[in-house]
Design a binder for this molecule. Structure first.
Ligand SMILES: [Zn+2]
Length: 85
C-alpha cells in the first residue's frame, strides 16, 4: 500500500483515534463496511455485510481488512481508487 496522507484509514501503523470503520470494495464494485467500536480496552469489529463480529484488543483495522479480503474478496481501498484515476 502506498504511503498516503489520508488520516482516515491506514493498514496498521498509526491509526487515528476517531477511525471507526473500514471500507473496501470488491471486484464487482460493491461496498463492504466493517465498523469498529471502542469499549474500554476492547474493540468490537462488526461487518455490515454478513454480520460477522469479533472482539480484539489489538489492530482491529487490520482484522477488519483481513475479514473483508477473505470473506468478501473486498480489497480495494476507495480512497486509493479515487486518487488513482
Ligand atoms: Zn463480512
Amino acid at each position: 500500500m502506498r504511503a498516503g496522507v489520508r488520516p482516515d484509514e491506514t493498514a496498521g501503523g498509526v491509526v487515528p483515534i476517531n477511525a471507526s470503520k473500514v471500507t473496501r470494495w470488491d471486484q464487482h464494485g460493491r461496498e463492504h463496511v466493517v465498523t469498529v467500536q471502542r469499549s474500554g480496552v476492547q474493540r468490537t469489529i462488526s461487518c455490515d455485510t454478513c454480520g460477522w463480529r469479533q472482539s480484539t484488543q489489538f489492530l482491529p483495522w487490520l482484522k477488519a481488512q483481513e475479514h473483508l479480503a477473505e470473506a468478501h474478496q473486498a480489497t480495494v481501498d476507495p480512497s486509493e481508487a479515487q486518487t488513482s484515476r
